[in-house]
Design a protein around this ligand. Structure first.
Ligand code: 0X9
Ligand code: ZN
Length: 406
């Protein structure tokens, strides 16, 4: 078995060395049906074979796991009720890419396709040129590979600096729909100038994990972590959403550098988390609302992530009211119903995540994470606008809810 797993690793690594894309032929995604007794067994199979858990929804009682072409794993996992969500991951990636190529001839606007990092930088500069008094492009800091992480500050342009609302997307490289959603939010704030801009300035970092995002375009569509090497291991990358300082190293984060949830050798070991925590914590007006944008599974979640325990009831009451506002507004757009609640109780335990830091260390009560609706990390281009619209409605509702309570 170890030999087989080693072979998979070598195959993936060798294809990256030769400059080709990593292929997922024969990999499938199974939607496991969860019940009160089978979760631990499924989880132990996933942990033992270091399987990539794509998403989990305890409310709807399912968990999506990517299964490599390995009879031993398949046999073990098939003992549990499941349905095939993606029969062949490579075909799934190819199909969406082919559709994208066909559609590319008919593309009319920026939100018709998933842009590269270079295209995003050009687009941000264009917004800055179009709205010079209302936007400011800011530097968050450099990634492991030395690229600058960029953000844009959007205001109503009256020259008065306001309390900040801070959104980050693309912490997980493969979650492309989060990046387009952040870009859509930027565009809508500029075009529609909602009244919340009289109270807040928005700071939006559309691609936080830049190195990983570039790598998903060039080499491996399913890459999640950053691209930092790990001393003593042939595996790369730290899961940035396990690398934050608050309760770093706890349950739901892995010490194994080859795991998708590798937490890094020590807390805030990645240049990316160092940069963003430095930036967020130094915003002089303070942050009124923090959101980390993920995909997929349709959830809007508050702290805590590291424990099933809930925040103090006064805080959780505020968080719950705002999550309900988000849920209602999101449902109003496409009818999608997002599950709400504390992250550990809504998705799973995960330590060293972004919103536990912004709430636990920085004291920002409206600290949330959203998992955008969907069935795969490889969302079709036709989802970009639909899902962008629902998340935009959700965040404006939350911001409005904060204004009203002041
Ligand atoms: O595992 C994660 O980091 C998130 N799910 S994802 O499928 N997008 O990877 C959920 C994280 C919940 N907790 C924190 N944000 N801390
Ligand atoms: Zn994610």
């Amino acid at each position: 078995m170890q030999v087989l797993l080693l072979l998979f690793t070598i195959l993936s690594v060798s294809s990256t060395i030769s400059g080709e894309k990593v292929k997922y032929n024969g990999y499938s995604v199974l939607r496991m049906q969860l019940n009160s007794t089978n979760y631990l067994d499924i989880k132990s199979i996933a942990d033992h074979y270091n399987l990539d858990i794509w998403a989990k929804n305890p409310v709807e009682q399912w968990m999506d796991i990517m299964i490599p072409p390995n009879q031993e794993i398949l046999k073990l996992i098939q003992r549990h009720t499941n349905k095939v969500s993606i029969a062949d991951v490579e075909e799934h990636i190819q199909l969406i890419e082919q559709n994208a190529q066909v559609l590319s001839k008919k593309r009319q606007g920026f939100f018709d396709y998933f842009p590269t990092f270079a295209q995003i930088l050009v687009w941000l500069d264009t917004q800055n040129a179009l709205y010079p008094t209302r936007t400011l492009i800011f530097d968050v800091g450099r990634t492991y590979q030395g690229t600058m992480i960029k953000g844009i500050r959007i205001s109503n342009g009256n020259g008065v600096q306001k309390k900040a609302i801070f959104f980050q997307a693309g912490i997980h490289a493969r979650e492309w729909i989060t990046v387009t959603t952040a870009l859509y939010i930027i565009q809508q704030l500029l075009v529609t100038s909602p009244t919340v801009l009289n109270t807040f300035d928005f700071y939006i970092v559309p691609v936080f994990n830049v190195d990983g995002y570039i790598y998903t375009h060039t080499t491996d569509r399913l890459w999640r972590k950053n691209r930092q090497p790990v001393s003593g291991s042939s595996c790369f990358g730290t899961d940035l959403n396990r690398n934050y300082e608050y309760m770093w190293g706890g349950e739901g984060s892995s010490p194994n550098p080859c795991s998708e949830t590798y937490r890094g050798p020590f807390s805030v070991s990645s240049p990316e988390v160092t940069a963003i925590t430095g930036y967020v914590s130094s915003i002089s007006t303070g942050v009124a609302f923090f959101l980390d944008i993920h995909s997929y599974a349709a959830m809007f979640m508050s702290p805590w992530s590291y424990t099933y325990a809930y925040p103090p009831s006064a805080d959780f009451a505020v968080q719950s009211r705002l999550m309900t506002a988000a849920q209602d507004a999101i449902r109003g757009v496409n009818g999608n119903v997002y599950a709400i609640g504390s992250a550990a109780n809504t998705i799973y335990i995960a330590s060293g995540g972004s919103r536990d830091y912004t709430y636990g260390t920085l004291g920002i009560i409206p600290s949330f994470g959203v998992e955008i609706f969907g069935n795969s990390f490889i969302a079709p281009e036709s989802d970009i606008l639909r899902l962008g619209r629902e998340i935009y409605a959700g965040v404006v509702a939350v911001a409005g809810g904060i204004t009203n309570s002041n």
